[in-house]
Design a protein around this ligand. Structure first.
Ligand code: FES
Length: 67
């Protein structure tokens, strides 16, 4: 699904970036240009970034338990 109509950025692109460690809205904007025109997509971009950060933190927590 297209998240950012202005820059034609899909949720798949953003989730792929998130898997590669791009987990903040600012980084996603720098990588794709999403949210840099009208800004209507920013809530969805923020949601994807938040999910990625939560996954990252959960993974970090699991790593801490295993150490
Ligand atoms: S829809 Fe993303 S900047 Fe307009």
């Amino acid at each position: 699904m297209i998240v950012c109509v202005c820059k034609r950025v899909s949720d798949r692109q953003l989730r792929a970036l998130a898997r590669d460690g791009v987990t903040s809205v600012c980084e996603m904007q720098l990588e794709t240009g999403c949210g840099t025109c009208c800004g209507k997509c920013l809530p969805m971009v923020r949601e994807i970034a938040d999910e990625a950060q939560q996954r990252e933190m959960a993974g970090f927590g699991m790593g801490m338990l295993a150490a």
